[in-house]
Structures are given as structure tokens and as C-alpha cells.
Design a protein around this ligand. Structure first.
Ligand SMILES: Nc1nc2c(ncn2[C@@H]2O[C@H](COP(=O)(O)OP(=O)(O)OP(=O)(O)O)[C@@H](O)[C@H]2O)c(=O)[nH]1
Ligand SMILES: [Mg+2]
Length: 267
């Protein structure tokens, strides 16, 4: 593989952060590659990165019909072409100082290194508590299904060995929550091998610039990502929040229409 590590960053309309992020990583870690997986942003993200002319900083603009944060990260892992990848956000909520320790642990032989937040409540009581409840429930579900787990399953900061995770993604692409946000949990859900997992603790920061993309649809997708109970909760949550569930999962509407519970009466 060419080079050791790629920082994979999903982006959507991050023109206020993207150049600063690229420069900050290149300055702190000159050997790392940076790969922005952009979902066809409406702003100037692409032009700004291309204007940098840095061969170690690339922006991959995805098909607008296939928009999805998780899909972007997973595709980035598959195409990065380096031994290791580290996934992080573009808004400086993940401190760059964690990238070095994550990389060192990967080099030392870990399969997966998870950036683990020690101050989740900085997100506010409602969101912090919600994140904790989801984490508890995901961990339980993963354990029930014989899968491995880690302290911060909701983390958007983690590094891994590309040769370990690329096949997991390729073999399970259609079963992944591609428009969801919890990539780490999906990777653990679909992994059948014993992974060497470790963590690097960090303090979560406030978003520096630009707007959050979090909304009720993300919560629906986070429910939907786990097994049967989660799918039920996703429908329930959609109903109380007025989210159009079948706009997110149109295939499920088709399945309902083609599989009526009771066969129509013949008389
Ligand atoms: N490729 C891609 N990236 C996305 C999409 N939505 C959000 N992102 C990126 O994913 C990262 C996380 O999104 P945020 O909006 O910061 O979500 P968050 O951190 O949960 O929310 P805040 O705490 O409010 O910032 C950022 O780098 C976004 O630019 C998307 O649909 N596609
Ligand atoms: Mg953010």
C-alpha cells in the first residue's frame, strides 16, 4: 500500500472549516494523507481544496443520488489506499492531538482504535443523555448478538487497519445503514472476526464554524441501524416526530405493499 495513514473526513457544506482542517492536519502530520469524502456540497468546498494543489490532500465528490454520511466514510476507507485510516469530522470537535496516539496504536498492532469522549455532556443535557442511552442500548444489542463492543460506540473519531475493515464493508455494503451516522457501530455489528480494540480518550469540543447537520432523521437512522427492536423504535420515533419514515426507507414501503399480512379474500 502507498503510504501509512489517511485521514478520512466526511463533508457536506464545510467551506468554513475545510481548508483550515486540511492545513492543520498537514502541518501537524506531514506524512498523513487527507481525503475529504464530500457529498456534492453546494458551497465552494471542492474549489477551495483543489486550489490548495497539495498532492496529499484530496477531495472525492460523491454521486448526489447516493448521499450518506456513513456511505461516505465507508467508501473513503475502501479507496484510501493506505495501511491505516482515521475517520474524523471536519468541524474541529475532534482534537487533532489524538491522531498521533491513534496512529501509534495502529502501528503497534491494534485493529481498531476508538477516540473515546470523556465529556459527552458538553453537547447539552438532552443530547448528552440521548447519546448515553443509545450507547448503552447498542452495547447491549451487540453483546446479545455475540459482537464486540467499546466504550464510545457513538464516536465519530476512530482509526483502523484498512485490510481488516475494507472486506467487512465490501461484504456487507447493502446491509449497512448507509445514510446513517454511526459508522463504528455498523462496522462492529458486521464484523465476524476477533478484533484487537483499544481507545484513546479525548475531550469533545464545540463545533467551531459552520452549521450542524444533525436532525430528527439522524435519530431515526440511529434507531434503525440495530436489529428488530431498533427498526420498531425507528418507526415509532418517526411517527411522534413527524418524520416521513418511508422517504428514508422506500424499499420497506414496497415490501409492505407486496407482502400484505392477509391474503385478499377470494369471494
Ligand atoms: N459526506 C457527508 N458528510 C456529512 C453529511 N452530513 C454531515 N456530514 C459531515 O459529517 C461530519 C459530522 O457532521 P456534524 O454536522 O458536525 O454532526 P455532529 O458533530 O453530530 O453535530 P454538531 O455537534 O452540531 O456539529 C461533518 O464533517 C459534516 O460535514 C452528509 O450527508 N454527507
Ligand atoms: Mg460536528
Amino acid at each position: 500500500m502507498a503510504g501509512a495513514c489517511t485521514i478520512v473526513i466526511p463533508t457536506y457544506d464545510e467551506e468554513k472549516n475545510i481548508v483550515r482542517m486540511a492545513k492543520a492536519i498537514r502541518e501537524a502530520y506531514p506524512d498523513f494523507n487527507v481525503l475529504f469524502m464530500d457529498d456534492n456540497s453546494k458551497d465552494a468546498s471542492r474549489e477551495l481544496i483543489e486550489a490548495l494543489g497539495d498532492p496529499k490532500v484530496k477531495i472525492f465528490v460523491r454521486d448526489p443520488d447516493e448521499r450518506g454520511l456513513a456511505a461516505s466514510v465507508m467508501q473513503g476507507i475502501c479507496i484510501c489506499g493506505t495501511d491505516y485510516f482515521i475517520n474524523m469530522d471536519c468541524d474541529f470537535q475532534h482534537p487533532l492531538s489524538t491522531l498521533g496516539p491513534i496512529y501509534e496504536k495502529l502501528e503497534a498492532g491494534d485493529d481498531l482504535v476508538v477516540g473515546t469522549r470523556t465529556n459527552r455532556m458538553i453537547m447539552g443535557l438532552r443530547r448528552g443523555l440521548g447519546s448515553w442511552v443509545f450507547n448503552f442500548w447498542y452495547a447491549l444489542e451487540l453483546k446479545i448478538h455475540g459482537k464486540q463492543t467499546t466504550t464510545d460506540l457513538m464516536s465519530g473519531l476512530f482509526g483502523g487497519r484498512t485490510d481488516v475493515f475494507k472486506p467487512i464493508i465490501e461484504d456487507n455494503w447493502d446491509d449497512m445503514e448507509l445514510t446513517g451516522w454511526k459508522v463504528l457501530a455498523d462496522l462492529l455489528k458486521h464484523s465476524d472476526r476477533k478484533l484487537k480494540i483499544s481507545k484513546v480518550n479525548y475531550l469533545f469540543e464545540e463545533r467551531e464554524e459552520g452549521d450542524s447537520h444533525l436532525d430528527d432523521r439522524v435519530v431515526v437512522k440511529t434507531f434503525h441501524q440495530m436489529w428488530g427492536f431498533g427498526k420498531l423504535m425507528a418507526r415509532f420515533y418517526s411517527r411522534i416526530k413527524g418524520v416521513d419514515y418511508y422517504a428514508i426507507y422506500p424499499a420497506e414501503r414496497r415490501r409492505r405493499l407486496t407482502c400484505p399480512r392477509r391474503a385478499p379474500s377470494s369471494s
